[in-house]
Every structure is written in structure tokens, then in C-alpha cells.
Design a protein around this ligand. Structure first.
Ligand SMILES: [Zn+2]
Ligand SMILES: [Zn+2]
Length: 109
């Protein structure tokens, strides 16, 4: 078979707003649905400005992010990651699907 096998846990089949439009929903190939509050995603930003590269120490503090932050735009980065443009002007984080699946806060995960 050509190509790599798809990991059903980290392959997104749907990325978009939840019904109430307040959060981001991702449906995975294994049938699981994850929902993320925009502020939660913003606080988990993995970019070099938010996490110290060498130590992995988080530089971003919760007080740095407005309570009502929202996602202005979502862009695919290849097949493996998403890029979010946040309303607080931050947009340097690349979120691999693997990370997003890890960040799922539902009881099952
Ligand atoms: Zn960041
Ligand atoms: Zn989950």
C-alpha cells in the first residue's frame, strides 16, 4: 500500500465551530469528538513565545490572555496541524493534531 497508514486517533474528519459557536469541535476518524474552548487552546499555545524551547517551561500566564478571546481564523498546516489566529492578536502557534488529541478534556481521554 502506498502512503502511510492513517492514525484514526489523530486524523481529523471535521474541524469547525460547535453548534453554539462558542467552541471549536474536532471529529476524529475513530469517531471521537473533542471540543475546545478558545481560551483553553490559546493558553496551550506551543509556540516559542509561549513555551521556553529548551526547558519546556510555560512562559504564558493565564492573566496574559483575555477571558473572551476567540478564534478569528483556522488554517490547515499541511495534513498534520492547525494554525489559529486568535482575537488577542496571537497567531504563531502551530497545533499538531496529535497535540490537539492530547488536549481533549473529555472524561474518556
Ligand atoms: Zn504562542
Ligand atoms: Zn476526548
Amino acid at each position: 500500500m502506498p502512503g502511510e497508514p492513517l492514525d484514526t486517533r489523530t486524523t481529523a474528519v471535521f474541524v469547525g465551530p460547535t453548534e453554539d459557536r462558542e467552541s471549536l469541535a474536532i471529529r476524529w476518524l475513530d469517531g471521537h469528538v473533542s471540543t475546545y474552548a478558545p481560551r483553553y487552546l490559546r493558553l496551550q499555545c506551543p509556540c516559542a513565545g509561549c513555551i521556553e524551547e529548551m526547558s519546556g517551561r510555560r512562559l504564558l500566564r493565564p492573566g496574559d490572555v483575555p477571558e473572551d478571546v476567540y478564534i478569528r481564523a483556522i488554517r490547515y498546516v499541511g495534513r498534520y496541524a492547525l494554525h489559529f489566529d486568535f482575537s488577542d492578536g496571537h497567531g504563531t502557534g502551530i497545533y499538531p493534531f496529535e497535540l490537539l488529541r492530547e488536549l481533549c478534556i473529555c472524561g474518556e481521554c
